[in-house]
Design a protein around this ligand. Structure first.
Ligand code: OAD
Length: 350
C-alpha cells in the first residue's frame, strides 16, 4: 500500500485498539522544539541511544554504511558473509579475522568526538539518565562518562578476561592489542578471550535490569549514529512512555515503522517523523557532531561545548608517551603455564 493508505490503516488500528498518540510535549517537531523542551526544566531524564555513527568522525568505520562501513570492507578475511566476523560459532572455529580486526580497531588511538562530549555535557548538566551504547570503542568512557552513566550493550574492549575456568585473569588493552589469536585460544582452550558480545550471545544482564527502570521514566530519548537494525537494542525506542519525545540525529532516517502489523506482533513503536499522525519524533539529518553542535547552540551551550572538546583533546594529546610504554610492557603472563607468549607462531598450535 502507498503512504496515504498506510497512514489511514495506522490511524484506524490506533483508534480501534486504543493506541491513540500520547500528549504532545514538544512545541514543534524540530531541534528548536527539543531545545526549548530541555530549557523548560521539565526534561530531567535524558536517555541517549548511540551506535557506530557517533565514532566515525574519530576515524572508526561504522558497520553498514555503503562503501565505508566495515561490512563492505572485509573481503580479505574470506568470510562466508560479513557478519560472520562477529558470529560466536564462526569465531570459535576461525578467531583470526576477529583478532586481526580487533588489533586495527583497538581503543587508544582514537579521540572522542564532539558528539561524545555533548553526551558528557548532558551528564554535567545533571540531566543524563543513561547512555546506552552499542559501541565497543570505549570513547564514551574516554569522554568522561562513568560506570553508572553507561550501558555498553554489546560489551567493551575496555576490559578483557581469559574465560578459562583455570585462569580468568584480566588483561590490559595494551596486551590484547599485541596478543596473537592462537595464543589466546590455547590459553582458554576453546573459549575466547574478550569482553565483547557477539551475535548469538546474550547481552550483559545489566542491560536488561537497567532498561526496566530507565525507559519508563525517560523524558527525552536522543538516538544518534545507529541504523537501529540490531535487536534487542533497536526495540528500546519503543520502551519510553507514549508521550516521550524522541530525536534522531543521523545521516539517514532509521527505526521507522515498516509495517503496522509488526506493531501487532509486539515490535511496534518505531519512529514516526512523517505520517499525518506524527506527534513526538524529530529527525535531524546530519552528522552527529553537526547535530549536537546545532542543539548545543540552541541551548546556549556552544561555547562551553567547544571549550570542553578543546580542553579534553589537549589533555589526551599531552598524555605522557612513557605512560603508554609502561602499559604495553605490563605483565602478559597467563596463569595457564603451558601457554607460550603472544609472539608464538601460528604453527605452534596446528
Ligand atoms: P551501523 O553501521 O549499522 O549504522 C550506523 C548509522 O550511523 C547509519 O545509519 C549511518 O548512516 C550513520 N552514520 C554514520 N556516520 C555518521 C555520522 N558521522 N553522523 C551521523 N550518522 C552517521 O552501526 P550500528 O547501528 O551501531 O554489533 O550497528 C549496530 C550493531 O551492528 C553493532 O553494535 C555491531 C554491528 O553488527 C555487534 O557487533 C554485536
Amino acid at each position: 500500500p502507498g503512504d496515504t493508505e498506510m497512514d489511514f490503516l495506522r490511524s484506524l488500528f490506533s483508534r480501534t485498539l486504543g493506541l491513540s498518540p500520547g500528549e504532545k510535549v514538544l512545541d514543534e517537531l524540530s531541534l528548536e522544539g527539543v531545545a526549548s523542551y530541555i530549557q523548560s526544566g521539565k526534561c530531567k531524564n535524558v536517555i541517549c541511544m548511540v551506535g557506530a555513527g557517533i565514532s566515525t568522525s574519530a576515524g572508526i568505520p561504522d558497520f553498514r554504511s555503503p562503501g565505508t562501513g566495515l561490512y563492505a570492507n572485509l573481503q580479505h578475511y574470506n568470510l562466508p558473509y560479513p557478519e560472520a566476523i562477529f558470529q560466536i560459532d564462526y569465531f570459535k572455529k576461525h578467531p583470526e579475522p576477529f583478532f586481526a580486526l580487533a588489533r586495527e580497531l583497538y581503543p587508544g588511538q582514537f579521540k572522542p568526538t564532539l558528539c561524545h562530549y555533548f553526551i558528557r555535557m548532558l551528564k554535567d548538566k545533571g540531566i543524563l539518565k543513561r547512555c546506552y551504547s552499542q559501541n565497543i570503542d570505549t570513547l564514551e568512557r574516554v569522554a568522561g562518562l562513568e560506570g553508572e552513566d553507561l550501558i555498553e550493550a554489546h560489551g567493551t574492549f575496555h576490559t578483557s578476561h581469559c574465560v578459562s575456568q583455570f585462569c580468568s585473569k584480566e588483561y590490559s588493552m595494551a596486551w590484547m592489542k599485541g596478543a596473537h589469536p592462537h595464543f589466546t585460544l590455547r590459553c582458554t582452550q576453546t573459549a575466547p578471550l574478550r569482553d565483547i558480545v557477539f551475535f548469538g550471545e546474550n547481552l550483559p544482564s545489566r542491560f536488561f535490569t537497567s532498561i526496566k527502570n530507565d525507559f519508563p521514566n525517560c523524558d527525552l530519548l536522543i538516538i544518534m549514529g545507529t541504523s537501529l537494525q540490531v535487536q534487542p537494542f533497536a526495540s528500546l525506542v519503543s520502551r519510553v512512555p507514549k508521550n516521550c519525545p524522541r530525536v534522531l540525529i543521523n545521516m539517514e532516517k532509521t527505526g521507522q515503522v515498516q509495517l503496522f502489523a509488526a506493531g501487532l506482533l509486539g515490535f511496534g513503536g518505531g519512529l514516526d517523523f512523517d505520517s499525518d499522525g506524527a506527534y513526538r519524533d524529530v529527525v535531524y539529518l546530519s552528522t552527529c557532531d553537526d547535530g549536537c553542535m546545532a542543539l548545543a547552540d540552541l541551548l546556549g551551550w556552544k561555547a562551553e561545548l567547544e571549550e570542553l572538546v578543546k580542553r579534553e583533546h589537549a589533555a589526551i594529546d599531552s598524555k605522557d608517551a612513557s605512560k603508554k610504554d609502561a602499559t604495553a610492557n605490563q605483565s602478559s603472563e597467563c596463569s595457564d603455564k603451558s601457554s607460550p607468549g603472544p609472539e608464538a607462531r601460528k604453527s605452534d598450535y596446528q
